[in-house]
Design a protein around this ligand. Structure first.
Ligand SMILES: [Zn+2]
Ligand SMILES: [Zn+2]
Length: 254
């Protein structure tokens, strides 16, 4: 099983793409601008989309993805998220004002897109990958995800400053191989990071003291303006963990 990083930046411009990961060919974790680089054929292979939250950098390509592939599909595209996140999509995106309600067309009983609630603690197994929603702490309702192939688990924090419940799950995951964790800002944006409920290196490394299990730590969601500085600060002050930057187009086998 493999996870391909379509986008992992906290912004756009040049080669930067926002959060989206592809499991095998058919499962997306978030639908940021990285989705737009897939070929039309690759887009038509997507069957399931799991969203961490409704912030635009994580859903930007969802409306146009549905619109692009709907004519090529005979079954609905499945969109999984917490009830709170799905409610935001229904009210603010697929509302006929911003974009058509693809959950109602062409027919109520056979729509182009269907919503599936997956709240914290709930799991769903697709193509032998068990995907579990994990607790997250952000400015809006959010989740992280555990992706368990049966052999290894990749845990993705989503946008979150994490909490005790999250670390309890991470440390109890016997087959954990990779922890993908966000850090948006450098330490000079400490106040802004706290207000936006994102990590900066100081708060990331403080939270990583809770990690009691060996794994590869991969840092995602760096804002382009300070991405180099932010990684330098993390690596400078890291004492003992295996930490590297998550790279666009990286493929993680798990
Ligand atoms: Zn966010
Ligand atoms: Zn984000």
């Amino acid at each position: 099983m493999h996870l391909r990083i379509l986008g992992c930046s906290g912004g756009i411009g040049g080669a930067n793409r926002t959060t989206s990961f592809l499991i095998n060919d058919s499962i997306l974790i978030d639908a940021g601008t990285g989705v737009g680089d897939l070929s039309f054929t690759a887009l038509t292979r997507i069957e399931h989309i799991f969203l961490t939250h409704a912030h635009l950098d994580h859903i930007a390509c969802l409306p146009m993805l549905v619109d692009t592939i709907m004519g090529s599909r005979s079954t609905p595209l499945n969109v999984y998220a917490s009830e709170a996140t799905l409610n935001v999509l229904k009210k603010h995106i697929f509302n006929w004002a911003v974009w058509p309600d693809f959950n109602k067309i062409p027919h109520h009983d056979a729509p182009f897109m269907r919503y599936i609630t997956l709240d914290v603690g709930q799991s769903c197994t697709i193509e032998k990958c068990t995907i579990t929603a994990l607790p997250a702490v952000h400015t809006v309702p959010a989740v992280g995800y555990q992706l368990d192939s049966g052999k290894n688990s990749v845990i993705f924090s989503g946008d979150s400053v994490c909490n005790v419940a999250f670390w309890d799950i991470v440390n109890a995951t016997d087959n954990l191989s990779h922890l993908i964790i966000e850090t948006a800002f450098s330490n000079r944006e400490y106040e802004l990071a706290n207000a936006a409920k994102h990590f900066c290196p100081l708060t990331l490394l403080e939270q990583l003291k809770n990690l009691s299990r060996p794994c590869q730590v991969l840092v995602t969601h760096l804002k382009p303006a300070d991405s180099e500085l932010t990684m330098q600060e993390i690596l400078r002050d890291n004492l003992h963990l295996t930490i590297s930057r998550l790279e666009q187009n990286q493929v993680i086998h798990f």
